[in-house]
Structure formats: structure tokens, C-alpha cells
Design a binder for this molecule. Structure first.
Ligand code: ZN
Length: 208
């Protein structure tokens, strides 16, 4: 029996997960590159495309993510690498940090905002802060062959810690959600009690 042509695997641009053939949708997406904006066809899960389009139209969220990226950039530049004000991060450092954002080793042919895949910049920033002591120690005691070698070494430390930080931030968010829910329930029961005390049972009270 002749081998059938190997089935092509599709991965979602938004969440990075595999897409089943019947759930696959394609859309042209503008990519901001060095030579301006170009359109590329990208594959999505049906629901992921909807989410992606909503998020991309949410200018406020996009701007917030830009601010988060700026913070990561500044922290890496000043606190991790001790670069002077006038200097910029090397393209390699930028690509590695943005790669973390989108779940790639190096960022390539992909926008870095409004995607669910990879790690949010807030998580990256907290991981940098959490790893700083380790990084400082390594930078002080190791001989690096090059700037690139140094960055890659730092990124290994960051990658080793990032899942731990993501989990910790998720747990915190869940706890906060729980507290908010409890607060809401408390308000509703207090209101209910007040209503019972005040109400005569004859009048219809409309709460608005
Ligand atoms: Zn998806």
C-alpha cells in the first residue's frame, strides 16, 4: 500500500495549539516588520479568530500591553544588563524577550501583542525580578564568550522560573476572584436582609 501524503499539521496563530481540519480558519493579518506593514495569511481555531479580532480592536488593551513591554525592556536594560541611558537593547535581547511573549525561542514573523500563546509581559517582568539575584550572581561569576552568550544564559534562568511565576500569579488572581465573589455575595445577603426587615410584605419594591 502506498503511503498517503503526510497530513499537514496546523497550529493556531492565537493560542499556539494544534487545529483540527474542521476547526481551521484562515485570515490575512497585518504584520509590523522593519519594512512596514505586510499582510500574511495565518491559521486560527474558529473561536480563537473571534477572540483575536475582538482583542485587536481593543485599543486600550493593546496600549496596556505596549506599556508592559516598555517596562520589561527598561528593566532588562537597566536592572539586568546595567546599560547606560543612551544605549539600546541588542536586537538579540529584544527577540529573545519577545519570543518568550509568543512562545517562540526567537520572535519571528509574528506580532507580539493580543495573543493568548506564550507568556504575558507582566509575567515576564515578574520573572525577571524574581530571577534577578540568580542572574546577578551568574553575570558576576561566569565568563561569557559574547553578549549573545550572556543573554542566552540569562534567558535560561528566566525560562526555568517563568512557569513557577505564571502559576503563582494565576493562583493570586484566582484568590482575588474568590474574594470579590464573596464580597458580592455578602452585599446581596445584607441587602436581602435589609429588604426583609423593612418590607411590609404588601408593597412591591422595585430595586434598580
Ligand atoms: Zn487557537
Amino acid at each position: 500500500m502506498a503511503d498517503k501524503k503526510k497530513k499537514e499539521e496546523h497550529f493556531c496563530y492565537y493560542c499556539g495549539e494544534k487545529i483540527a481540519e474542521d476547526d481551521l480558519v484562515k485570515k490575512k493579518i497585518p504584520l509590523h516588520g522593519r519594512s512596514g506593514i505586510r499582510m500574511y495569511t495565518r491559521k486560527f481555531h474558529r473561536d480563537c479568530l473571534k477572540e483575536y479580532l475582538v482583542k485587536n480592536n481593543d485599543e486600550e488593551k493593546l496600549l496596556a500591553e505596549t506599556d508592559d513591554w516598555a517596562e520589561v525592556y527598561e528593566y532588562f536594560k537597566h536592572q539586568i544588563l546595567n546599560l547606560d541611558e543612551g544605549k539600546n537593547l541588542s536586537p538579540h535581547a529584544v527577540n529573545r524577550l519577545q519570543g518568550l511573549r509568543v512562545g517562540q525561542y526567537m520572535r519571528s514573523a509574528i506580532n507580539t501583542r493580543a495573543l493568548k500563546r506564550g507568556y504575558p509581559y507582566k509575567v515576564i517582568l515578574n520573572t525577571l525580578k524574581y530571577s534577578k539575584r540568580n542572574i546577578d550572581y551568574a553575570v558576576k561569576h561566569k565568563n561569557f564568550k559574547s553578549e549573545k552568550h550572556k543573554i542566552d544564559y540569562i534567558m535560561v534562568i528566566v525560562q526555568n522560573n517563568i512557569n513557577f511565576i505564571q502559576k503563582r500569579m494565576d493562583d493570586l488572581a484566582h484568590q482575588r476572584e474568590k474574594v470579590e465573589k464573596l464580597k458580592k455575595e455578602e452585599v446581596t445577603t445584607t441587602q436581602g436582609a435589609a429588604y426583609k426587615r423593612k418590607g411590609t410584605g404588601r408593597r412591591k419594591v422595585v430595586l434598580c
